[in-house]
Design a protein around this ligand. Structure first.
Ligand code: SF4
Length: 282
């Protein structure tokens, strides 16, 4: 069998940059978020024999890496039996790997039973990467996220109960001018009720040919400036009461990265943001 090649660009979370990347799906099983560049990609499940061949191929060059990320926009959407097979390949070909993670939508987590999630944990699943994007249902509906804040919260609580770790992404400026205040207030509220290992905040980027680009072009969505997004983020960070959570934004003013462990680094990150807001150059 030929070694499968994956033609599309598939992004792993920054925090997984040292992980082995094994592709299991392409596209997203939901594919309807208004802001998402991946929404147009056809959802495809790679055949198990492809995944196995690819695992064999990657094993030869992965050295002694101990973490592996299952690439795909929401790989947890796969049936549990399929994922167990994949995790068996991981055990077979990557004996040094002790942590497997993947992207998941809240509904992927909520629709699996606790027994299924524990089975995946037994086979090596350790962490999930989830896009909250916003804690505001108004923003989530506007963006056609297909998940409410309460459903997201339920997914996190399930993971807490089952001792599975999770990482959360949020999007600065996702409420536009109209929903900016509620976006920050309610995102902070949700984040303060969960226990993520990390929060990766990204500034909204409006991709061409997305429903959000159309909304902006019709004047239905007024985008924030990079400085306004930074002010939002400063407000969000000031409200966070999380412990042992790594906060990171690699898109500050399209130029800077701010990162640190909460709560220890909260004050210094806010100071850095205040200086940028005041116009200091670094
Ligand atoms: S769930 Fe994620 S990958 Fe899927 S369409 Fe929404 S933002 Fe894109």
């Amino acid at each position: 069998m030929d070694i499968p090649t994956v033609e599309k660009t598939v992004y792993a979370p920054l925090i997984e940059e040292d992980s082995i990347l094994l592709t299991v799906t392409e596209g997203c099983s939901y594919g309807k978020c208004a802001f998402c560049d991946f929404a147009n990609d056809k959802y495809t499940v790679l055949p198990l024999e492809w995944v196995k061949e690819n695992a064999k191929y990657l094993a030869a060059e992965s050295g002694d890496k101990s973490s592996l990320f299952l690439l795909g926009q929401n790989s947890l959407s796969l049936p549990t039996a399929h994922l167990v097979k994949v995790l068996e390949f991981v055990k077979e070909f990557f004996p040094n790997v002790n942590k497997v993670s993947m992207y998941a939508r809240a509904e992927d987590i909520n629709s699996k039973s606790e027994h299924e999630m524990l089975l995946l944990r037994d086979f090596g699943l350790r962490a999930l990467h989830m896009g909250l994007e916003s804690g505001s249902d108004d923003v989530l509906v506007l963006m056609n996220k297909g998940t409410s804040a309460a459903e997201f919260l339920a997914a996190c609580q399930k993971l807490d109960k089952l001792a599975l770790s999770y990482h959360i992404t949020t999007i600065g400026g996702l409420g536009g001018k109209k929903l900016s205040a509620v976006h920050i207030e309610q995102t902070a509220e949700i984040l303060n009720r969960v226990n993520p290992v990390s929060i990766w905040q990204l500034k909204l980027l409006i991709w061409p040919n997305t429903p959000l680009a159309e909304m902006r072009d019709k004047g239905e969505f007024i985008e924030l400036s990079p400085l306004e997004v930074l002010k939002e983020e400063r407000d969000l960070l000031a409200r966070l009461e999380l412990k042992n959570c790594f906060f990171m934004d690699t898109t500050v003013l399209n130029k800077y990265t701010i990162m640190g462990l909460l709560p220890e680094a909260k004050a210094s990150m806010i100071t850095a943001m205040d200086r940028l807001i005041a116009g200091d150059n670094f």
